[in-house]
Design a protein around this ligand. Structure first.
Ligand SMILES: NC(=O)c1ccc[n+]([C@@H]2O[C@H](COP(=O)([O-])OP(=O)(O)OC[C@H]3O[C@@H](n4cnc5c(N)ncnc54)[C@H](OP(=O)(O)O)[C@@H]3O)[C@@H](O)[C@H]2O)c1
Length: 240
């Protein structure tokens, strides 16, 4: 079975991605700080195809040993989905520097360092797939999300250059940019906000976590062998 590491796999988009990849026949390692009841249930129903590996991605020094441990336990990874992220909101003028630093560390530095150690294994295996979860905010902008938007745009830049760097080794690197999707991250928006956002989308609805799972599923598949350096927007036409 091919292994795929999904960071932030304990809930929201990461759990939907993990479920989709398990259904596709992958062995999925869901990474987060804490296992949720939802993930525990999915693990118990997966017949060993889904497991939980705890890691705090803000502890950057723990990443190399973590990757080594996963390799020893499950074998070399075929895929990596850099999905874990913080959605810290706030006007830049009043945001604490420590919040800005943490946002950048979890959303940018950690996925870059994790990719570094995982891509080495992919190189020796002669192939692999990396998918970075960005956001439409990277290109549209949104008041109150300037630091967050910077981290999501950084992932697009990372995707494009890494795709060029590792393409000759048979490794693809792509990004998925979701629009607004109902998860814990977006729980602060009320029903009125949601209706407004949906009303502005071409399809007059919101995309769902499963839609992001389907996009990642395609990018992991043989059908996507010639897709690299791409950004897939999944937003029900919010930015069309
Ligand atoms: N929801 C949206 O509308 C939307 C739109 C565009 C892009 N996105 C992006 O999609 C990704 C997932 O978002 P979501 O809405 O599913 O968020 P979520 O429900 O808040 O889930 C975030 C996941 O990341 C994990 N995580 C957070 N900090 C971590 C850390 N330090 N170490 C390890 N894991 C950590 C969380 O687990 P623990 O807290 O247990 O660690 C959780 O599994 C994010 O990158 C987000 O920016 C979301």
């Amino acid at each position: 079975m091919r292994n795929v590491i999904v960071t932030g796999g304990s809930r929201g988009l990461g759990l939907a991605i993990s479920r989709r990849l398990v259904a596709d026949g992958f062995h999925v390692i869901a990474v987060a700080r804490r296992e949720t009841d939802e993930l525990r249930e999915a693990v118990s129903q997966s017949d060993g195809a889904l497991c939980f590996a705890p890691l705090d991605l803000s502890e950057l020094d723990a990443i190399p040993d973590f990757v080594l441990r996963l390799k020893k336990e499950f074998g070399a990874p075929y895929g990596l989905v850099n999905n874990a992220g913080l959605g810290t909101e706030g006007l830049l003028g009043t945001m604490h520097n420590s919040q800005i630093e943490m946002l950048t560390r979890v959303n940018v530095t950690a996925p870059i360092i994790l990719s570094k150690y995982v891509v080495r294994n992919m190189m020796s295996a002669g192939g692999g797939r990396i998918v970075n979860i960005s956001s439409i905010i990277a290109s549209t902008g949104y008041s109150g999300l300037s630091a967050y938007g910077a981290t999501k745009a950084a992932l697009v830049g990372f995707t494009k250059s890494l795709a060029r760097e590792v393409g000759r080794m048979g490794i693809t690197v792509n990004a998925v940019a979701p629009g607004f999707i109902e998860t814990e991250m977006t729980a602060s928006l009320d029903e009125g906000d949601r209706t407004k956002i949906a009303g502005r989308a071409a399809l007059r609805r919101l995309a769902a976590p499963e839609d992001v799972g389907n996009a990642v599923s395609f990018l992991m598949d043989e059908k996507a062998r010639n897709v690299t350096g791409a950004v897939f927007t999944i937003d029900a036409g919010a930015t069309a």
